[in-house]
Design a protein around this ligand. Structure first.
Ligand code: ATP
Ligand code: MG
Length: 447
């Protein structure tokens, strides 16, 4: 029998908010995680991309905080996420679900004014949603008190525990009270990371909705074999097809993403770029315009691979394949969310990509279908510059209607934590680095 949200014993205010969001039944991860979480158990929750893990931790968290006593002004819950955009989306969800509860949530992320965050913290807060860098900055300056944190959530737990973040997470976890609840969620959990995760969890309930690292079945996946030098042309030809209504193109490098975006723009497409060297304002604007349908294509590095929830992404195109096979599962999971369908196409050359493809097929236990190159659209990509040899087919691309409503939890009270304009300009590149870029090698995104 399918459980209802009411049978999960959630507070009336939350049930009303869920009804408002149009959620009729809990997803499997929600049905299985909410009960034990409400009992205070630690949870290791694994479920496919787009299956509602955010609400699986947000609902019990809000319920427990609403039932509990506020110790003073210090936060009682800490949610960590690997990127600022994901932290912002979690904030939106918590505010939407908790609209009728008197709980205060503050975002502690980089690229935006610290002063404002500190002032918000001083006014009193129940939940802090943070990225590790800014959180540790505030801790070092003794501007945040985590001694009353009773609930610790790690979204995208495996990403948070891999090489780049692990020392910071360990330090942050060590600064929290020992007696606390810890909730871990992700769509993937490599074995070595799962061991680390267990070191932070106490007698966790492991909830695994489908076998680990299983991409959503509703994603039609295919790979197009193409020599590296021809990828840009194939990409333009692909995106010129009318069914590519809202596409995210992933590139391993920031430089590569910029280059792809330039070519697509020249081909007449409405394109945004999101990567770690862009200012926070520019990152947020690109994602927002993509969400609102002002842009048909978002070119991004893996900064956008995890957790980002944009409705109705029709296609994910991997311009190249990611080094970690788990990242592939997250990248393609930006489509086919909340029960919808989607298409993922990977451009694979005969060199590095081919080796990475084998790792992906091993992890996902799937053999990817080999697709055909798309028909030429008439826009010819030349090395260095791009020229038209015909009327631009891209002009005929259907434009998405503007202002389309998102089905992600929305809160009409807009977040106060809009990123400021204090992000630092990109550092000057060293000569060697510039030379590498000139040679087309680009720079991998820092972890
Ligand atoms: N019970 C529900 N009924 C209907 N829609 C839901 C329900 N729960 C969540 N959703 C919607 O499903 C979408 C995906 O949810 P969410 O972002 O939490 O997925 P996720 O499992 O965290 O995915 P990822 O692994 O990519 O982070 C959201 O737009 C959300 O509003
Ligand atoms: Mg998520």
């Amino acid at each position: 029998m399918t459980l209802t949200f009411a049978q999960l014993n959630l507070r009336e205010e939350l049930l009303a908010a869920l009804q408002n969001q149009g959620y009729s039944t809990p997803t499997p991860i929600q049905a299985q995680a909410i009960g034990p979480a409400l009992k205070g158990r630690d949870i290791l929750g694994l479920a496919q991309t787009g299956t509602g893990k955010t609400a699986a931790f947000s609902l019990p968290l809000l319920h427990m905080l609403a039932e509990g006593e506020r110790p003073g002004r210090a936060p009682r819950a800490l949610v960590l996420a690997p990127t600022r955009e994901l932290a912002m989306q979690i904030l939106e969800s918590l505010r939407a679900y908790g609209k009728k509860l008197k709980l205060h949530t503050v975002l502690v992320v980089g690229g935006t004014s610290q002063e404002r965050q500190v002032n918000d913290l001083k006014r009193g807060v129940d939940i802090v949603i943070a990225t590790p860098g800014r959180l540790e900055d505030l801790q070092q300056q003794r501007l945040i008190d985590l001694r009353h944190v009773k609930h610790f959530v790690l979204d995208e737990a495996d990403r948070m525990l891999d090489i780049g973040f692990h020392p910071a997470i360990k330090r942050i976890a060590a600064s929290l009270p020992k007696e606390r609840q810890t909730l871990f969620f992700s769509a993937t959990m490599p074995a070595q990371v799962a061991d680390l995760a267990k070191s932070l969890l106490e007698h966790p309930v492991r909830i695994e909705v489908t076998p680990e690292s299983t991409p959503v079945e509703r994603i039609a996946q295919q790979v197009i074999m193409v020599p590296g030098g021809e990828k840009r042309q194939v990409l333009v030809d692909l995106l010129a097809q009318p069914d590519f209504s809202r596409t995210i193109v992933f590139s391993r490098t920031k430089h590569g993403a910029d280059k792809i975006a330039r070519i697509l723009t020249r081909a007449g497409m409405k394109v945004g770029v999101m990567h770690g060297r862009k200012s926070q304002n520019a990152r947020q604007a690109a994602l927002g315009d993509f969400e609102r349908g002002k842009l048909a294509v978002l070119v991004a590095t893996d900064i956008a691979a995890r957790g980002i929830d944009v409705d109705d992404i029709s296609h994910v195109v991997n311009f190249d394949l990611p080094h970690e096979p788990e990242t592939y599962v997250h990248r393609i999971g930006r489509t086919a969310r909340a029960g919808k369908n989607g298409i993922a196409i990977s451009l694979c050359d005969n060199g590095e990509d081919k080796k990475l493809l084998q790792q992906i097929e091993k992890l996902t236990r799937l053999k990817l279908a080999v697709g055909q190159r798309p028909p030429a659209c008439g826009f010819v990509v030349t090395s260095g510059s791009a020229q038209m040899d015909d009327e631009p087919r891209s002009e005929q691309r259907p434009r998405r209607s503007q202002g389309q409503k998102s089905s992600r939890p929305q809160n009409k009270n807009k977040s106060k934590d809009v990123p400021g304009s204090d992000s630092k300009p990109a550092k000057r590149q060293s000569w060697q680095k510039r030379k590498r870029i000139a040679l087309g090698k680009g720079q991998p995104e820092p972890r």
